[in-house]
Design a binder for this molecule. Structure first.
Ligand code: NAP
Length: 324
């Protein structure tokens, strides 16, 4: 028996290939993939800018939903269970391998397309906003890239914690989407400077936590909008990895600037976060209180078209590959 996966021939050529069925060790599961989530990291991997860690699958794809095809004896899962999982590469395929501790059962009320949007966003948002930046109920959260696969979950997490949520996006349509998912203040970064907009609305110096996926020239604004003891969690560099900042603000505000990449967390840290998101976030999706934004689903063999669409920036919400 064999399964299909997407092979990177070169940055502009992706091929559908076949290989023998995957096998797993005792603490792992093999998933018959229904949907794979598409992430920016996949685009960077295809272009050769983000090589996978040595122990990871060279196949793109960091998250999937599907059903258990085979389960290692200590995994605690059974064949046929509906799951979603963070995978160590290999998601762009009809079968994927995951550690049991990075696999979540999907309640019946949650659609498998929605389930594929969850692992990467749940983990990234939880680890950065809650664990590292320590967001507390009632604080003010600023989310850049609010309509992204990651950002929309952060906005909705903030609302579930009764925070005031400010979010940025690059168009009025995307700002409307942000309002629809509950953001209290939506800032269009193409309309006027963010500093100007925040000053007008009396928000400068009020933000407790920034989830920043853009960096670059927005970094100084991040510091300006922070309250005393504010925290910035940097997870992406859509506006570049170089920034000039006024360190006086860092001192005067006792600010914390932190950052992380999910791929480099230890299995233990990922497992700890997975237990937390299963308890804290999955029930919000199950009850409909959290509604992950989705944009478009492509066929597995259209992976290049899907990534080209992501690179265009026209999407809002998660892009998926149908792999079943
Ligand atoms: N560190 C980690 O562990 C980790 C894990 C997952 C993802 N990430 C990062 O999180 C980000 C979102 O990932 P994703 O997969 O959800 O991608 P995505 O849906 O394509 O999101 C990209 C976001 O960045 C915003 N953006 C793009 N160019 C911008 C610019 N010049 N100025 C301001 N905003 C800009 C976009 O907002 P508009 O469309 O409104 O312009 C969009 O919301 C990526 O940077 C990714 O690398 C990091």
């Amino acid at each position: 028996m064999s399964y299909q996966y997407i092979h990177i021939e070169d940055p502009e050529t992706l091929e559908l290939r076949e290989a023998d069925d995957l096998t797993c060790s005792a603490d792992e599961v093999i998933i018959d993939v229904a949907y794979a989530g598409i992430n920016r990291a996949d685009v960077l991997q295809r272009m050769g800018f983000y090589p996978p860690p040595e122990d990871a699958s060279p196949v793109m794809g960091l998250e999937v939903s599907g059903t258990i095809r085979s389960a290692g004896e200590t995994s605690g899962f059974s064949i046929g269970e509906r799951v979603c999982a963070l995978v160590h590469g290999g998601g762009y395929a009809t079968q994927a391998k995951a550690k049991a501790e990075c696999t979540l059962r999907v309640p019946a009320a949650i659609d498998m397309q929605i389930a594929a949007c969850l692992p990467e966003a749940f983990l990234t948002v939880w680890y950065n906003v809650v664990v590292r930046a320590g967001l507390k109920g009632g604080e003010t959260l600023l989310v850049h890239g609010g309509t992204s696969g990651i950002g929309n979950i952060a906005v909705q997490l903030g609302k579930s914690m009764n925070c005031l949520v400010i979010a940025t996006a690059g168009s009025s349509d995307k700002c409307q989407l942000l309002a629809d998912i509950g953001a209290d203040v939506c800032l269009n970064y193409n309309e006027a400077s963010l500093t100007e907009q925040c000053t007008e609305q009396g928000l400068l110096g009020t933000v407790d936590v920034v989830l920043d996926m853009v960096g670059g020239d927005f970094e100084q604004f991040n510091l300006e909008c922070l309250a005393v003891d504010g925290r910035i969690a940097c997870i992406g560099l859509m506006r570049g990895g170089q920034a000039t900042i006024d360190l006086t603000q860092l001192l005067m505000k006792r600010a914390t600037l932190t950052g992380s990449t999910l791929r480099r967390l230890t299995h233990e840290e990922k497992a700890r976060c997975f237990r937390d998101v299963d308890e804290q976030l999955m029930p919000l999706v199950e009850s409909g209180q959290m509604r992950p934004l989705t944009d478009k689903t492509f066929d597995l063999k259209e992976a290049l078209a899907a990534q080209t669409y992501m690179s265009s920036g026209a999407h809002a919400g998660k892009l998926l590959l149908s792999c079943g």
